[in-house]
Design a binder for this molecule. Structure first.
Ligand SMILES: [Fe+2]
Length: 283
């Protein structure tokens, strides 16, 4: 069971749902879009922790970040064989990876689809993060180019050691703190992606070397096998320490969200509009 150390100086956006297990789940779309970090202590994917933790990614650097795409909803054929076919690995290791990927997909995807029941997925991507991460910088996810999709993001700790996360401010809080830096003209005319990026980078720095920000943090120790979901564009987060993990990132048209005001750039658009109206600026 994860240990969550909540900081009283931050919003408590955690939801711990003990009612969800591999065969019993409900939709969490509303809570997810509303920026909650949702943890499912009874959801247990079929994970061979010894196998995943023992993969030597220094020897096989191509395995540090392995993308596997799924197709044909709801059968979900995955391309793991193709994804690793070109990698320089022993054939025994290749088949073990494929078997272990399939085992995890079989045991988690029914619950994933239930948790995000209302979503129609247009692109189904998973990322097998098999590298060691230490002291990542605090950040909200941002992109150089506009990402046109909303995503349904689930994380799973595949390792036999805890994955330690810290989380901090919400995007709304960050905007409210930073909006003073922007003139009326910038609030009206700066492109969404540029605006998002500037706010993100100016608040927390841009690299793991820039770790000295003073913002408060919640601390979470996710145990081996733990499963959680969060829209990582809405909540500032940092992997403080982690080894092997899976992220499931299936994409959704923003028009198909429960409330498209929670699409990340719409959140920004509405915050800009509110700020301009506080300043009595008519656009
Ligand atoms: Fe992130």
């Amino acid at each position: 069971m994860a240990k969550i150390f909540k900081n009283p100086h931050l919003i408590d956006y955690f939801v711990v749902d003990k009612g969800v297990d591999n065969n019993n789940y409900r939709s969490f779309v509303k809570e997810y879009e509303d920026g909650k970090v949702i943890y499912f202590p009874n959801l247990r994917p079929d994970i061979n922790f010894e196998f995943w933790s023992s993969i030597d990614t220094d020897k096989y650097p191509n395995l540090k970040k392995l993308s596997v795409i799924l197709k044909d909803f709801p059968e979900f054929k995955n391309n793991s064989e193709k994804a690793i076919s070109g990698l320089n690995l022993e054939s025994d290791l290749k088949s073990k990876i494929i078997n272990n990927i399939n085992k995890i997909f079989d045991s988690i995807l029914p619950a994933y689809c239930g948790i995000f029941k209302e979503y129609k997925f247009v692109k189904c991507k998973t990322v097998w993060r098999l590298n060691v991460t230490n002291n990542e910088n605090m950040h909200i996810d941002s992109y150089k180019e506009k990402n046109p999709y909303h995503f349904a993001r689930m994380f799973i700790n595949l390792d036999n050691q805890p994955r330690i996360w810290k989380t901090s401010l919400t995007f709304k809080q960050i905007f409210e703190m930073r909006s003073i830096d922007f003139t009326n003209d910038e609030l009206i005319n700066t492109k969404d992606t540029k605006f998002w990026n500037e706010i993100a980078v100016k608040t927390f720095g841009n690299s793991p070397a820039e770790w000295w920000d003073n913002y408060p943090r919640h601390v979470i120790y996710f145990d081996p096998g733990d499963v959680w979901t969060v829209d990582s564009r809405q909540i500032a987060h940092q992997i403080f320490y982690g080894r092997r993990a899976l992220s499931i990132d299936f994409f959704v048209e923003k028009e198909d969200m429960y409330d498209s005001d929670f699409y990340y750039l719409n959140i920004l658009k509405n915050l800009r509009k509110n700020e301009l109206s506080k300043r009595n600026v008519i656009t």
